[in-house]
Design a protein around this ligand. Structure first.
Ligand code: ATP
Ligand code: MG
Length: 313
């Protein structure tokens, strides 16, 4: 199975470690890292570590594309990003390791024009001639139509492709109407979608009843783990205890784990175990990477998978 991840609004993540951070004060930093990111890029980076052949596309600013190109070359990722004028946005992450907190500042991204969006649509359809599964992940850049994911999913599904969607707000709401194979909202995104305040697994279990016609649905809930729904079965995967370095990209690692599970044709219990281990492995480090195979296996064996009675969707 050949996988494409689509990132319309990538980012260069600047992660600065600053323990006991105080807003409005002069703070000491302990460390910094610059990582190419954006949800689809993160998913691709993790899948490449897993050993899958993966292609990336989307819209990338031509003025600061080298950091991305280095990552793609290093991990053997096929680069089909369309270059557009301008610089890819910076995402600032301030990690307070002492308090185990991460603060994010996300910028909007490059304003895109209709011909660029059209080139991207064509590129995705061309890639569909040689690939089987598409991951559409992250926000849309300013200027892109809100229903872009809807259109892409509709066209890809019509070609018999599998599509995994991970986004938020209107693009998620509209994208769902095209029935992607899988979606992975977090609690906040599911709250927005269902217009309910959700904070526990029980709340989420109740809220998903309004979502129909998906092969796979995963609701991630941070340290409370994630709910996985597939073919009338539902499980709650509780993550193993790990020392958290940065929770940035935890959800992207889970999406990558879900794609790996689809690739392996796993049942819901094993899919939940694998995807949760991917997330646990990724939050122990900065940047979107998987730990060594033996560490990943160890993590998998420590995921607790609880079967839920009311398994549907
Ligand atoms: N603090 C944590 N401790 C243990 N596991 C965690 C923690 N945070 C996240 N995870 C794991 O990662 C998974 C996905 O996390 P989360 O729900 O935060 O995703 P997200 O909000 O989509 O993240 P993002 O979009 O920033 O990548 C969780 O289901 C859980 O397994
Ligand atoms: Mg997310």
């Amino acid at each position: 199975m050949k996988v494409v991840t689509v990132t319309l609004n990538p980012a260069l993540d600047l992660t600065v470690r600053s323990d006991h951070l105080q807003i409005g004060q002069v703070n000491q930093g302990q460390d910094m890292q610059l990582n190419p990111a954006g949800k689809g890029v993160n998913v691709a980076s993790i899948l490449a570590d897993w050993g899958l052949r993966v292609t990336v596309t989307g819209l990338l600013g031509e003025e600061n594309s080298e950091t991305f190109e280095r990552l793609f070359a290093k991990k053997g990722i096929a680069d089909h990003f369309i270059r557009i004028p301008g610089s890819t946005r910076l995402g600032l992450k301030i990690v307070d390791e002492a308090r185990q907190e991460t603060t994010d500042i996300n910028l909007k991204g490059i304003q895109v024009a209709p011909p660029q969006v059209e080139s991207l649509r064509k590129k995705v359809l061309t890639l569909a001639e040689t690939h089987d599964l598409f991951v559409l992940a992250g926000s849309l850049p300013p200027g892109a139509p809100e229903d872009l994911y809807f259109t892409l999913i509709r066209d890809l599904k019509a070609l018999g492709k599998k599509v995994v969607l991970d986004t938020s707000g209107r693009p998620l709401e509209l994208g769902l109407k095209a029935r992607p194979t899988a979606v992975k909202p977090n609690l906040h995104e599911l709250s927005q979608l269902t217009q309910k305040t959700l904070s526990t697994p029980e709340d989420a279990l109740d809220a998903v009843k309004s979502l129909q016609g998906l092969e796979w649905l995963v609701v991630s809930m941070g340290e409370q783990g994630a709910l996985f729904f597939h073919e009338g079965e539902a499980v709650h995967a509780i993550p193993p205890r790990v020392v958290v370095k940065s929770t940035v990209g935890a959800g992207d690692a889970m999406v990558a784990g879900l794609v790996a599970a689809l690739h392996e044709g796993l049942e819901v219990q094993e899919a939940a175990r694998l995807a949760t281990a991917f997330s646990a492995g990724s939050i122990q480090q900065i940047g979107a990477n998987l730990p060594e195979a033996n560490v990943l296996q160890e993590l998998q064996s420590h995921v607790q998978v609880v079967t839920l009675a009311s398994g549907r969707v």
